[in-house]
Design a protein around this ligand. Structure first.
Ligand SMILES: [Zn+2]
Length: 433
Protein backbone atom coordinates (compact mmCIF):
# COMPACT_ATOMS: atom_id res chain seq x y z
CA UNK A 1 0.00 0.00 0.00
CA UNK A 2 1.10 3.55 -0.79
CA UNK A 3 -0.02 6.86 0.71
CA UNK A 4 -1.12 10.00 -1.10
CA UNK A 5 -1.69 13.18 0.93
CA UNK A 6 -3.52 16.03 -0.81
CA UNK A 7 -3.08 19.23 1.14
CA UNK A 8 -5.48 22.07 0.38
CA UNK A 9 -3.68 25.05 1.93
CA UNK A 10 -5.78 27.30 4.17
CA UNK A 11 -8.98 25.33 3.38
CA UNK A 12 -10.75 25.76 6.74
CA UNK A 13 -12.44 29.04 7.60
CA UNK A 14 -15.04 30.78 9.72
CA UNK A 15 -18.76 31.08 8.96
CA UNK A 16 -19.50 34.15 6.83
CA UNK A 17 -22.79 36.13 6.82
CA UNK A 18 -22.68 36.45 3.00
CA UNK A 19 -22.69 32.64 2.79
CA UNK A 20 -25.71 32.25 5.09
CA UNK A 21 -23.42 31.79 8.09
CA UNK A 22 -21.64 28.86 6.51
CA UNK A 23 -17.91 28.52 5.94
CA UNK A 24 -16.75 28.63 2.29
CA UNK A 25 -16.19 24.84 2.45
CA UNK A 26 -19.67 24.24 3.93
CA UNK A 27 -21.30 26.50 1.36
CA UNK A 28 -19.43 25.03 -1.62
CA UNK A 29 -20.90 22.24 -3.77
CA UNK A 30 -18.34 19.52 -3.17
CA UNK A 31 -20.06 16.30 -4.15
CA UNK A 32 -16.79 14.48 -4.84
CA UNK A 33 -15.14 15.37 -1.52
CA UNK A 34 -18.38 14.42 0.24
CA UNK A 35 -18.45 11.05 -1.50
CA UNK A 36 -14.88 10.39 -0.33
CA UNK A 37 -15.84 11.38 3.23
CA UNK A 38 -18.68 8.84 3.02
CA UNK A 39 -16.34 6.07 1.91
CA UNK A 40 -13.69 6.79 4.55
CA UNK A 41 -13.02 7.99 8.08
CA UNK A 42 -13.01 11.61 9.09
CA UNK A 43 -12.06 14.03 11.81
CA UNK A 44 -10.81 17.47 12.68
CA UNK A 45 -7.20 18.41 13.22
CA UNK A 46 -5.47 21.22 15.07
CA UNK A 47 -2.10 21.12 13.31
CA UNK A 48 -0.31 22.76 16.25
CA UNK A 49 -2.82 22.94 19.11
CA UNK A 50 -6.32 24.39 19.61
CA UNK A 51 -6.51 28.10 18.92
CA UNK A 52 -2.99 28.53 17.59
CA UNK A 53 -2.87 29.96 14.06
CA UNK A 54 -0.04 28.05 12.36
CA UNK A 55 2.09 29.31 9.52
CA UNK A 56 2.29 27.02 6.49
CA UNK A 57 5.88 26.02 7.26
CA UNK A 58 5.30 25.07 10.90
CA UNK A 59 2.10 23.20 10.03
CA UNK A 60 3.87 21.24 7.28
CA UNK A 61 6.86 20.50 9.50
CA UNK A 62 4.62 18.98 12.16
CA UNK A 63 2.37 17.19 9.63
CA UNK A 64 5.49 15.50 8.22
CA UNK A 65 6.18 14.12 11.68
CA UNK A 66 8.78 16.53 13.09
CA UNK A 67 8.98 18.28 16.48
CA UNK A 68 8.69 22.05 16.33
CA UNK A 69 11.78 22.41 18.52
CA UNK A 70 13.81 20.99 15.60
CA UNK A 71 12.48 23.60 13.14
CA UNK A 72 15.50 25.52 11.80
CA UNK A 73 13.63 28.70 10.76
CA UNK A 74 11.81 29.51 7.54
CA UNK A 75 14.72 31.62 6.25
CA UNK A 76 16.69 28.43 5.58
CA UNK A 77 13.82 26.83 3.63
CA UNK A 78 13.45 29.97 1.52
CA UNK A 79 17.22 30.17 0.87
CA UNK A 80 17.49 26.51 -0.16
CA UNK A 81 14.26 26.70 -2.16
CA UNK A 82 15.70 29.62 -4.12
CA UNK A 83 18.98 27.79 -4.73
CA UNK A 84 21.21 29.63 -2.23
CA UNK A 85 23.72 27.89 -0.01
CA UNK A 86 23.96 28.42 3.74
CA UNK A 87 27.02 27.50 5.82
CA UNK A 88 26.88 25.94 9.30
CA UNK A 89 28.23 29.16 10.89
CA UNK A 90 25.73 31.42 9.15
CA UNK A 91 22.34 32.83 10.05
CA UNK A 92 20.09 33.57 7.10
CA UNK A 93 17.15 35.97 7.32
CA UNK A 94 14.50 36.92 4.76
CA UNK A 95 14.86 40.62 3.89
CA UNK A 96 12.18 42.35 1.80
CA UNK A 97 12.16 45.81 0.28
CA UNK A 98 9.24 47.93 1.50
CA UNK A 99 8.25 51.56 1.41
CA UNK A 100 8.24 53.21 4.84
CA UNK A 101 7.42 56.64 6.17
CA UNK A 102 9.48 57.95 9.07
CA UNK A 103 7.20 59.38 11.76
CA UNK A 104 8.55 60.54 15.12
CA UNK A 105 11.69 58.43 14.75
CA UNK A 106 9.73 55.26 13.89
CA UNK A 107 9.27 53.55 10.54
CA UNK A 108 5.73 52.75 9.32
CA UNK A 109 5.26 50.46 6.34
CA UNK A 110 3.23 52.37 3.76
CA UNK A 111 3.43 49.98 0.85
CA UNK A 112 4.80 46.52 0.40
CA UNK A 113 4.65 46.32 -3.38
CA UNK A 114 5.44 49.57 -5.20
CA UNK A 115 6.29 48.86 -8.82
CA UNK A 116 10.02 48.93 -9.52
CA UNK A 117 12.00 47.46 -12.37
CA UNK A 118 14.24 44.53 -11.42
CA UNK A 119 17.33 46.50 -12.56
CA UNK A 120 16.38 49.30 -10.17
CA UNK A 121 16.11 46.81 -7.30
CA UNK A 122 19.52 45.37 -8.15
CA UNK A 123 20.95 48.88 -8.12
CA UNK A 124 19.34 49.66 -4.76
CA UNK A 125 20.74 46.39 -3.36
CA UNK A 126 24.22 47.35 -4.57
CA UNK A 127 24.04 50.35 -2.25
CA UNK A 128 23.88 47.95 0.72
CA UNK A 129 27.56 47.06 1.11
CA UNK A 130 28.79 44.02 3.09
CA UNK A 131 30.66 44.82 6.30
CA UNK A 132 32.18 43.23 9.38
CA UNK A 133 31.99 44.17 13.05
CA UNK A 134 32.87 42.38 16.31
CA UNK A 135 33.69 39.17 14.42
CA UNK A 136 30.35 39.08 12.57
CA UNK A 137 30.29 39.51 8.77
CA UNK A 138 27.05 40.79 7.25
CA UNK A 139 25.88 40.81 3.64
CA UNK A 140 22.57 41.30 1.83
CA UNK A 141 22.00 39.25 -1.32
CA UNK A 142 19.15 40.34 -3.56
CA UNK A 143 17.20 37.63 -5.38
CA UNK A 144 14.08 38.92 -7.18
CA UNK A 145 10.61 40.42 -6.70
CA UNK A 146 11.82 42.68 -3.84
CA UNK A 147 13.07 39.67 -1.89
CA UNK A 148 16.59 39.08 -0.69
CA UNK A 149 18.49 37.27 2.04
CA UNK A 150 20.49 38.76 4.86
CA UNK A 151 23.47 36.61 5.85
CA UNK A 152 25.35 36.96 9.15
CA UNK A 153 28.46 34.84 9.62
CA UNK A 154 30.53 34.17 12.73
CA UNK A 155 29.37 33.73 16.32
CA UNK A 156 25.72 34.28 15.42
CA UNK A 157 22.36 32.98 16.60
CA UNK A 158 19.05 32.56 14.78
CA UNK A 159 17.14 32.96 18.03
CA UNK A 160 16.06 36.55 17.36
CA UNK A 161 12.75 38.29 16.59
CA UNK A 162 11.44 39.69 13.28
CA UNK A 163 11.48 43.38 12.41
CA UNK A 164 8.49 42.86 10.10
CA UNK A 165 5.36 43.54 12.20
CA UNK A 166 3.17 41.40 9.82
CA UNK A 167 -0.02 43.09 11.09
CA UNK A 168 -1.00 46.56 9.76
CA UNK A 169 -0.70 49.94 11.54
CA UNK A 170 2.38 48.98 13.52
CA UNK A 171 5.89 50.40 13.25
CA UNK A 172 8.87 48.32 12.13
CA UNK A 173 9.95 46.39 15.23
CA UNK A 174 13.29 46.44 17.01
CA UNK A 175 14.98 43.04 16.62
CA UNK A 176 15.58 41.34 19.98
CA UNK A 177 17.12 38.09 21.23
CA UNK A 178 14.55 35.42 22.14
CA UNK A 179 14.09 34.92 25.89
CA UNK A 180 14.74 31.19 25.41
CA UNK A 181 17.92 31.70 23.32
CA UNK A 182 20.52 29.02 24.15
CA UNK A 183 23.43 31.37 23.49
CA UNK A 184 22.02 34.67 24.73
CA UNK A 185 25.22 36.65 24.07
CA UNK A 186 25.33 35.61 20.40
CA UNK A 187 21.60 36.23 20.04
CA UNK A 188 21.98 39.72 21.52
CA UNK A 189 24.90 40.53 19.21
CA UNK A 190 23.09 39.17 16.16
CA UNK A 191 19.97 41.22 16.97
CA UNK A 192 22.07 44.35 17.47
CA UNK A 193 23.85 43.81 14.17
CA UNK A 194 20.51 43.41 12.32
CA UNK A 195 19.14 46.59 13.93
CA UNK A 196 22.21 48.51 12.79
CA UNK A 197 21.83 47.12 9.28
CA UNK A 198 18.14 48.16 9.19
CA UNK A 199 18.71 51.76 10.22
CA UNK A 200 21.85 52.22 8.12
CA UNK A 201 20.18 50.67 5.06
CA UNK A 202 17.33 53.18 5.46
CA UNK A 203 19.93 55.95 5.30
CA UNK A 204 21.52 54.57 2.12
CA UNK A 205 18.22 53.72 0.45
CA UNK A 206 16.25 56.87 1.25
CA UNK A 207 18.93 59.09 -0.30
CA UNK A 208 19.51 56.85 -3.34
CA UNK A 209 18.88 58.65 -6.67
CA UNK A 210 16.46 55.90 -7.79
CA UNK A 211 14.32 56.48 -4.71
CA UNK A 212 14.52 60.27 -4.72
CA UNK A 213 12.40 60.45 -7.88
CA UNK A 214 9.69 58.06 -6.55
CA UNK A 215 6.51 58.85 -4.63
CA UNK A 216 6.66 55.46 -2.86
CA UNK A 217 10.39 54.79 -2.51
CA UNK A 218 11.62 51.32 -1.58
CA UNK A 219 13.59 52.74 1.30
CA UNK A 220 13.65 49.95 3.88
CA UNK A 221 14.43 46.23 4.24
CA UNK A 222 12.20 44.44 6.76
CA UNK A 223 13.46 41.14 8.15
CA UNK A 224 11.84 37.91 9.30
CA UNK A 225 12.39 34.16 9.75
CA UNK A 226 15.99 33.99 11.00
CA UNK A 227 17.34 30.47 10.49
CA UNK A 228 20.37 28.21 10.82
CA UNK A 229 21.34 24.88 9.27
CA UNK A 230 20.62 22.19 11.91
CA UNK A 231 23.71 20.32 13.12
CA UNK A 232 21.90 16.99 12.76
CA UNK A 233 18.61 16.00 11.19
CA UNK A 234 16.86 12.62 10.69
CA UNK A 235 15.52 12.42 7.15
CA UNK A 236 11.97 11.32 6.38
CA UNK A 237 12.84 7.96 4.71
CA UNK A 238 15.02 7.04 7.69
CA UNK A 239 12.41 8.21 10.21
CA UNK A 240 9.39 6.46 8.69
CA UNK A 241 10.79 3.92 6.23
CA UNK A 242 8.98 5.60 3.34
CA UNK A 243 10.50 6.92 0.12
CA UNK A 244 8.64 10.19 -0.33
CA UNK A 245 7.91 12.82 -2.96
CA UNK A 246 6.59 16.34 -2.58
CA UNK A 247 4.74 17.84 -5.54
CA UNK A 248 4.25 21.57 -5.02
CA UNK A 249 4.96 25.00 -6.51
CA UNK A 250 6.18 26.91 -3.48
CA UNK A 251 9.92 27.56 -3.15
CA UNK A 252 9.59 27.33 0.60
CA UNK A 253 8.19 23.79 0.27
CA UNK A 254 11.07 22.99 -2.08
CA UNK A 255 13.42 24.04 0.74
CA UNK A 256 11.41 22.02 3.27
CA UNK A 257 11.65 18.95 1.01
CA UNK A 258 15.44 19.36 0.91
CA UNK A 259 15.53 19.61 4.70
CA UNK A 260 13.40 16.54 5.42
CA UNK A 261 14.55 14.42 2.48
CA UNK A 262 11.51 14.30 0.21
CA UNK A 263 12.19 14.44 -3.55
CA UNK A 264 10.68 17.66 -4.88
CA UNK A 265 8.76 17.82 -8.16
CA UNK A 266 7.14 20.76 -9.88
CA UNK A 267 4.83 21.08 -12.84
CA UNK A 268 4.60 24.01 -15.26
CA UNK A 269 2.45 26.77 -13.82
CA UNK A 270 -1.27 26.40 -14.70
CA UNK A 271 -4.56 27.85 -13.38
CA UNK A 272 -5.49 26.57 -9.90
CA UNK A 273 -7.68 23.54 -10.67
CA UNK A 274 -5.64 22.37 -13.70
CA UNK A 275 -2.54 22.78 -11.56
CA UNK A 276 -3.89 20.50 -8.84
CA UNK A 277 -5.07 17.94 -11.41
CA UNK A 278 -1.61 17.77 -12.99
CA UNK A 279 0.15 17.58 -9.63
CA UNK A 280 -1.99 14.63 -8.51
CA UNK A 281 -1.50 12.89 -11.86
CA UNK A 282 2.24 13.20 -11.38
CA UNK A 283 1.97 11.96 -7.78
CA UNK A 284 0.04 8.86 -8.89
CA UNK A 285 2.75 8.17 -11.46
CA UNK A 286 5.49 8.48 -8.83
CA UNK A 287 3.54 6.17 -6.49
CA UNK A 288 3.17 3.61 -9.26
CA UNK A 289 6.96 3.50 -9.52
CA UNK A 290 9.28 3.48 -6.53
CA UNK A 291 7.68 5.98 -4.14
CA UNK A 292 5.72 4.93 -1.03
CA UNK A 293 4.48 8.38 -0.06
CA UNK A 294 3.50 11.45 -2.06
CA UNK A 295 2.46 14.83 -0.73
CA UNK A 296 0.62 17.18 -3.10
CA UNK A 297 0.15 20.82 -2.17
CA UNK A 298 -2.07 23.54 -3.60
CA UNK A 299 -2.05 27.12 -2.35
CA UNK A 300 -5.34 28.06 -4.10
CA UNK A 301 -7.79 28.13 -1.10
CA UNK A 302 -5.31 30.08 1.04
CA UNK A 303 -4.74 32.67 -1.68
CA UNK A 304 -8.50 33.10 -2.13
CA UNK A 305 -8.98 33.54 1.64
CA UNK A 306 -6.29 36.21 1.81
CA UNK A 307 -8.44 38.30 -0.54
CA UNK A 308 -10.93 38.37 2.38
CA UNK A 309 -13.64 37.26 -0.01
CA UNK A 310 -15.51 34.15 1.27
CA UNK A 311 -17.53 33.84 -1.97
CA UNK A 312 -14.35 33.69 -4.06
CA UNK A 313 -12.94 31.04 -1.72
CA UNK A 314 -16.14 29.00 -2.07
CA UNK A 315 -15.75 29.11 -5.89
CA UNK A 316 -12.11 28.03 -5.67
CA UNK A 317 -13.10 25.06 -3.49
CA UNK A 318 -15.76 24.06 -6.04
CA UNK A 319 -13.12 24.15 -8.79
CA UNK A 320 -10.86 21.94 -6.70
CA UNK A 321 -13.69 19.45 -6.15
CA UNK A 322 -14.29 19.26 -9.91
CA UNK A 323 -10.58 18.68 -10.56
CA UNK A 324 -10.44 15.90 -7.95
CA UNK A 325 -13.53 14.23 -9.45
CA UNK A 326 -11.71 13.79 -12.78
CA UNK A 327 -8.97 11.68 -11.21
CA UNK A 328 -9.13 7.94 -10.50
CA UNK A 329 -8.81 8.56 -6.76
CA UNK A 330 -11.66 6.27 -5.68
CA UNK A 331 -10.28 3.31 -7.54
CA UNK A 332 -6.73 4.06 -6.39
CA UNK A 333 -7.75 4.35 -2.74
CA UNK A 334 -9.31 0.87 -2.74
CA UNK A 335 -5.81 -0.63 -2.59
CA UNK A 336 -3.93 2.24 -0.94
CA UNK A 337 -4.44 5.17 1.42
CA UNK A 338 -5.67 8.61 0.39
CA UNK A 339 -5.60 11.53 2.85
CA UNK A 340 -7.18 14.91 2.17
CA UNK A 341 -6.66 17.70 4.65
CA UNK A 342 -5.27 21.17 5.21
CA UNK A 343 -2.52 22.92 7.17
CA UNK A 344 -4.53 25.64 8.91
CA UNK A 345 -7.63 27.77 8.66
CA UNK A 346 -7.20 30.97 6.67
CA UNK A 347 -9.91 33.32 7.87
CA UNK A 348 -11.57 35.19 5.02
CA UNK A 349 -13.32 37.18 7.79
CA UNK A 350 -11.67 39.25 10.50
CA UNK A 351 -8.17 40.62 10.78
CA UNK A 352 -6.10 37.49 11.28
CA UNK A 353 -3.64 36.17 8.69
CA UNK A 354 -4.30 32.52 9.55
CA UNK A 355 -6.65 31.48 12.36
CA UNK A 356 -6.84 28.81 15.02
CA UNK A 357 -9.90 26.76 14.00
CA UNK A 358 -9.34 23.07 13.25
CA UNK A 359 -9.08 21.71 9.70
CA UNK A 360 -11.10 18.74 8.41
CA UNK A 361 -9.27 15.54 7.54
CA UNK A 362 -10.43 12.47 5.65
CA UNK A 363 -8.65 9.16 5.19
CA UNK A 364 -9.95 6.61 2.75
CA UNK A 365 -8.18 3.40 1.93
CA UNK A 366 -7.99 -0.37 1.90
CA UNK A 367 -7.82 -0.57 5.71
CA UNK A 368 -9.84 2.43 6.87
CA UNK A 369 -13.47 1.35 6.65
CA UNK A 370 -16.10 4.10 6.80
CA UNK A 371 -17.68 6.15 9.56
CA UNK A 372 -21.03 7.93 9.43
CA UNK A 373 -19.76 11.28 8.13
CA UNK A 374 -21.40 12.23 4.85
CA UNK A 375 -19.87 15.61 4.13
CA UNK A 376 -16.35 16.98 4.27
CA UNK A 377 -16.36 20.22 6.24
CA UNK A 378 -15.21 21.89 9.46
CA UNK A 379 -18.34 20.91 11.43
CA UNK A 380 -19.65 17.55 10.24
CA UNK A 381 -16.18 15.93 10.34
CA UNK A 382 -16.18 16.54 14.13
CA UNK A 383 -18.41 13.48 14.51
CA UNK A 384 -16.08 11.19 12.56
CA UNK A 385 -14.01 8.27 13.81
CA UNK A 386 -10.74 10.22 13.85
CA UNK A 387 -12.07 12.72 16.41
CA UNK A 388 -9.86 15.68 17.17
CA UNK A 389 -6.26 15.16 16.10
CA UNK A 390 -3.04 17.15 16.29
CA UNK A 391 -0.77 17.55 13.25
CA UNK A 392 1.81 15.24 14.82
CA UNK A 393 -0.76 12.38 14.75
CA UNK A 394 -0.82 12.31 10.94
CA UNK A 395 2.30 10.24 10.22
CA UNK A 396 1.56 7.53 12.84
CA UNK A 397 -1.98 7.23 11.43
CA UNK A 398 -0.64 6.95 7.89
CA UNK A 399 1.86 4.25 8.94
CA UNK A 400 -0.95 2.41 10.72
CA UNK A 401 -3.31 2.33 7.74
CA UNK A 402 -0.39 1.31 5.49
CA UNK A 403 0.27 -1.62 7.86
CA UNK A 404 3.71 -0.17 8.49
CA UNK A 405 3.46 0.99 12.12
CA UNK A 406 5.75 -0.69 14.64
CA UNK A 407 4.37 -2.83 17.47
CA UNK A 408 4.85 -0.45 20.41
CA UNK A 409 6.79 -2.47 22.93
CA UNK A 410 9.10 -4.06 20.37
CA UNK A 411 12.42 -2.23 20.01
CA UNK A 412 14.07 -3.08 16.69
CA UNK A 413 15.70 0.34 16.25
CA UNK A 414 18.23 2.11 18.50
CA UNK A 415 16.50 5.45 17.78
CA UNK A 416 13.05 3.88 18.49
CA UNK A 417 11.52 4.64 15.11
CA UNK A 418 7.76 4.16 14.96
CA UNK A 419 7.76 2.26 11.67
CA UNK A 420 7.81 -1.50 11.71
CA UNK A 421 11.13 -3.28 11.04
CA UNK A 422 12.15 -2.71 7.46
CA UNK A 423 14.90 -4.54 5.58
CA UNK A 424 16.40 -1.21 4.50
CA UNK A 425 16.60 0.11 8.05
CA UNK A 426 17.49 -2.84 10.32
CA UNK A 427 20.90 -4.45 10.80
CA UNK A 428 20.79 -8.26 10.87
CA UNK A 429 23.00 -10.12 13.29
CA UNK A 430 25.82 -11.82 11.38
CA UNK A 431 26.65 -15.45 12.09
CA UNK A 432 30.17 -16.33 13.29
CA UNK A 433 32.53 -17.60 10.60
ZN1 LIG B 1 -0.74 27.38 4.58
Amino acid sequence: MKALVILLDGLADRPAPELGNKTPLQAAQTSFLNSLAKKGINGLMFTLSPGLAPSTELAHFTLLGYDLEDFPGRGLLEAWGEGFEVDQDEVVIRGSFVSVAKESCQFFIKKRVPTFEEEELVELSNALKPYEKDGIALKFIYNSQRQGLLYLKGKVSSEITDSDPFFPNLPVLKVKPLVKAKDSLSARRTAQMVNEFLTSSYKSLSTHPINLKRKDPLNFIVTKWAAKVPSSFVKFPDKFGLKGAMIASSKMLNGLSQLVGLDFFQIKKKPASADLYSKIKLALKKLEKNYDFAFVHTKAPDEAAHLKDPKKKKEVIEEIDKALAQLPLKRWSQQNLLVITSDHATASRGELIHSGEPVPILMVGKMTGADKVTSFDEFVCASGLLGHLRGKDLMPLILNYLDRINYAGATPYPDQKICRPDLNLIEPLKAQK
